[in-house]
Design a protein around this ligand. Structure first.
Ligand code: DX5
Ligand code: ZN
Length: 211
């Protein structure tokens, strides 16, 4: 199992230090939430921010694009140092082209679906992608409550994709519900506020004990 701390909840005035801290605490992935203010109601940061982090971090950069028409920017997100680029199925009419483009740039490709989007929407792409990201909150902000009704979707995706496939779940995951999410079939866990709104080293270590 993999823990992917979301830097959306980090203190951006000391971002580099906090990213080093999660790495030293044992995290292997960093979840990077890019928001455009159109696909979601919030704006976060773009490629130039994590491009700087690339110089100081060996973490696997798990870039979650919450942007409309991601095909416009995939190349720049790849160039900035992403390892995995995940886009939303609801955000583009060119999902297949996006996957091919990400792969042609030598990166892993993920596809994401919102809590209200059925599994059917991603089914046509499951053979091509390296990961599915199931949103367990409506994307846009950290610190929201986990939406339990997504659990059957995680279980269905696990059944469809086999035991080794990467299924990431994102939103509202803390120490007290992480086990239940893993039991549904997730094997990559995003945690933002549960890591950065607390003692960072202690939180990463505590969550890693559960995954
Ligand atoms: C929500 C983002 C999440 C978020 C998770 O739009 O995609 O990655 O930062 O934060 P928590 O763990 O606080 O729900
Ligand atoms: Zn995310």
């Amino acid at each position: 199992m993999i823990l992917s701390p979301s830097m959306l909840s980090a203190d951006f005035s000391v971002l580099g230090e906090q990213i080093k801290e999660i790495e030293e605490a044992g995290a292997k992935w960093l979840h990077i939430d890019v928001m455009d203010g159109i696909f979601v109601p919030n704006i976060s940061f773009g490629a130039c921010v994590y491009k700087c982090l690339r110089k100081i971090s060996g973490l696997f950069f798990d870039v979650h694009l919450m942007i409309t028409e991601p095909e416009r920017y995939i190349e720049s997100f790849a160039d900035a140092g992403a390892d995995m680029i995940t886009f939303h199925v609801e955000a583009t009419e060119k999902a297949e082209e996006c996957i091919d483009l990400i792969h042609s740039l030598g990166k892993k490709a993920g596809i994401s679906l919102n809590p209200g989007t059925p599994v059917e929407a991603v089914k046509p792409y499951l053979e091509k992608v390296d990961m599915v990201l199931v949103m367990s909150v409506n994307p846009g902000h950290g610190g929201q409550k986990y939406i339990e009704s997504v659990n059957p979707k995680i279980t269905e995706l696990r059944r469809l994709c086999g035991e080794d496939f990467l299924i990431e779940v994102d939103g509202g995951i803390k120490k007290d519900n992480i086990k239940a999410v893993l039991e549904c079939g997730a094997n990559v866990i995003v945690a933002g506020s549960a890591v950065f709104n607390d003692d960072i080293t202690g939180s990463v270590k505590g969550l890693l004990e559960e995954v």
